[in-house]
Design a protein around this ligand. Structure first.
Ligand code: AGP
Length: 608
């Protein structure tokens, strides 16, 4: 989850890497630091706290350098202190190292080093890694070979970047699991843990693969494997414009990304619907879909909620038995899967540790794996047998919004693709494709509810508890809406299928409690009305979301929000997430919350 930045070139390297860290702030962190090479030494400035603390230090010292690295740390080993902040020196201060990930055998390595007389300033596994590399970096051994030998002594996930004043013209990077991407410039090159940090400087990037050791100089980037063999990078142009990774005029990335959803739906569909059909490329060959007799969807958080929408589709549209698992539960739960199962991994970042571990478990059991991922070149995207990219662009806010919508759209495309291949009777693919074509407009129209949702948010900004209820797909959207409100506004929520109220949660209803009902599904709306009345009878306030053609709730709910109506219950429920995302955003704004970087959370949970 840490932010990594490195630069070598003609600019002031410390300014560049500090700017890159700012573009990685969303990853969540609790300390930050820079290291820079000067004539006969490596300087390090680092501080616990936000980047402003480090910025003040840089302002004071005004270091000049053409080679620098920087790091924003999300504490795993050792608390968020100045000493534990990265970068770290080795024993002789010959190198400085920054690291993203966890070295699982760092304690045994540390004991060995202490016995050999090493002393440590921090409690971190990273400092141990620096000493291991420093110990290899002796006369006649290149920095890249020292790194290559040292990483073979370490177990765990890491993305390292190392510099030394003894070799002031290069950065050396090594990757195992934690993401590293290099940026190729003119007379300058750089490295980061995520693409947005590179965009102001270059659009030409390349993903470092596991077990690669890259030597980055001003003029070139050379890559070797752990055995020293020369390897090739696959550079590509990033078409995200810089604004896409900036706030673009909105107060928060979250609001910007909520408003990006019409474009994201268009992008998720781009090149994937043709005429009256779906045109997904690069998936399994047709006979495989005849063979698959069960789907397991594996994900965390918001992606798990999208997975529940996938279950609705695969079972309702395809009659394909489908189970949805939290990744952390799947990987330790002895799941029952067979060679005729398909494991679908949904992940915005493509780096969620539990999802990646579950993926590797499935691959070890030779289960076919399919990824639905947003970040290009991410681990899950690369390790799945097949992957459909959600094409939602960089999602910066910790609270996932546009990625969720894109995931649900891709799941519908996948269901229709399978229906087409299997010629599933009764599935009107053409009608659903037309609905998908219109969906961008429905999402756009639902954004016009922003002022109404802001009004509701301000009415309930001090809510002590909010219910989110629904049936079928509305129940799944309710789970996602509840997570948003919890995540960004820190409001406790109670979410469950509406029919479950009487089995316990109803006890929590009392005067003043807000109950948000998703009631877009006309087949079960009447049942849901009785749940609304149960809430009102106990003093609760009912906010109901329904489709624009429905007036049956006008005389029932205390407030009704109407969303555009499409031809499918799935899309009717999905479009209702937009006003609910806005509700969460404006409650958080009214409460003065951090919004893009909620307390305790990070954008990508790359450690267990
Ligand atoms: C959602 O708003 C949260 N940020 C979180 O639940 C997130 O969805 C979860 O950590 C999964 O992340 P992924 O999609 O990158 O795997």
């Amino acid at each position: 989850m840490c932010g990594i930045a490195g630069y070598i070139g003609t600019r002031n390297a410390v300014d560049v890497v500090f700017d890159q860290l700012k573009r990685l702030e969303y990853r969540g962190y609790d300390s930050a630091g820079v290291a820079f090479v000067q004539a006969d030494r490596i300087g390090i400035l680092k501080r616990a706290g936000k980047l402003t603390q480090l910025g003040g230090l840089i302002e004071q010292e005004k270091p000049e350098a053409n080679l620098a690295i920087a790091h924003s740390r999300w504490a795993t080993h050792g608390g968020p202190t100045d000493f534990n902040a990265h970068p770290h020196y080795d024993q002789q201060a010959k190198i400085a190292l920054i690291h993203n990930g966890i070295i699982e055998n760092y304690l045994e390595l540390k004991e060995e080093l202490v016995r050999a007389g090493h002393t440590f300033q921090s409690e971190t596994d990273t400092e141990v890694a620096a000493h291991i590399i420093g110990r290899e970096y002796v006369e006649g051994v290149s920095l890249e070979d020292a790194v290559r030998k040292a990483v073979q002594k370490m177990r765990g996930a890491f993305g390292f970047v190392v510099i030394s004043h003894l070799d002031p013209e290069k950065l050396v990077c090594a990757r195992n699991a934690s993401p590293l991407v290099v940026g190729l410039g003119e007379g300058e090159n750089m490295v980061a843990s995520d693409i947005p940090a590179l965009l102001p400087y270059t659009r030409r990037v390349a993903i470092l693969e596991n077990d690669m050791v890259a030597t980055v100089t001003r003029g070139e980037i050379k890559v070797i494997g752990l055995d020293g063999r020369k390897l090739e990078l696959s550079p590509f142009e990033v078409d995200w414009d810089i604004a896409a990774a900036e706030k673009g005029g909105y107060d928060h990335f979250m609001l910007k990304e909520i408003h990006e959803q019409p474009a994201v739906v268009r992008s998720a569909l781009a090149g994937r619907i043709e005429g009256h059909g779906v045109a997904l490329q690069g998936l399994f060959s047709d006979h495989v879909w005849q063979e698959i007799d069960r789907v397991v969807i594996i994900a965390c958080g918001t992606a798990f909620h999208a997975g529940l929408m996938g279950k609705t589709l695969f079972e309702r549209v395809l009659q394909l038995p489908t189970d949805v698992y939290f990744s952390s539960e799947f990987r330790y739960g002895e799941p029952v899967v067979s060679p005729r199962s398909l494991a679908v991994f949904i992940s915005q970042s493509g780096e969620t540790a539990d999802s990646l571990a579950a993926l590797r478990l499935c691959k070890s059991r030779r289960i076919r794996t399919l990824g639905i991922v947003n970040v290009v070149g991410s681990s899950i995207a690369r390790e799945c047998d097949r992957t459909i990219m959600t094409q939602a662009g960089p999602e910066i806010s910790v609270a996932s919004t546009k990625a969720y919508t894109a995931q649900c759209i891709v799941l519908l495309l996948l269901a229709l693709h399978i229906a087409q291949v299997k010629e599933t009777p009764g599935v009107r693919v053409g009608n659903m494709v037309q609905d998908l074509r219109n969906f961008t407009g429905y999402v756009q129209a639902s954004l016009s509810l922003e002022s109404e949702m802001r009004e509701v948010a301000e009415m309930f900004q001090d809510a002590k508890l909010v219910f989110f209820l629904g049936r079928n797909a509305d129940a799944h959207v309710s789970l996602e809406a509840a997570l948003k409100l919890k995540e960004v506004a820190y409001v406790p929520t109670q979410e469950c299928p509406a029919g479950e109220m009487k089995h316990g949660p109803l006890a929590l209803i009392e005067p003043g409690v807000l109950a948000v009902f998703g009631a877009t599904d006309s087949d079960v709306r009447e049942k849901t009305v009785s749940n609304m009345k149960e809430v009102q009878a106990r003093g609760g306030y009912v906010l109901a979301l329904t489709t624009e053609d429905d007036s049956s709730l006008d005389s029932v709910a205390d407030r009704v929000v109407k969303v555009p109506k499409s031809g499918s219950p799935y899309l009717n429920a999905l479009v209702s997430i937009v006003p609910l995302q806005l509700l969460a955003y404006y409650v958080a704004k009214a409460r003065g919350c951090e919004i893009d970087q909620p307390r305790n959370l990070a954008k990508s949970v790359t450690v267990e």
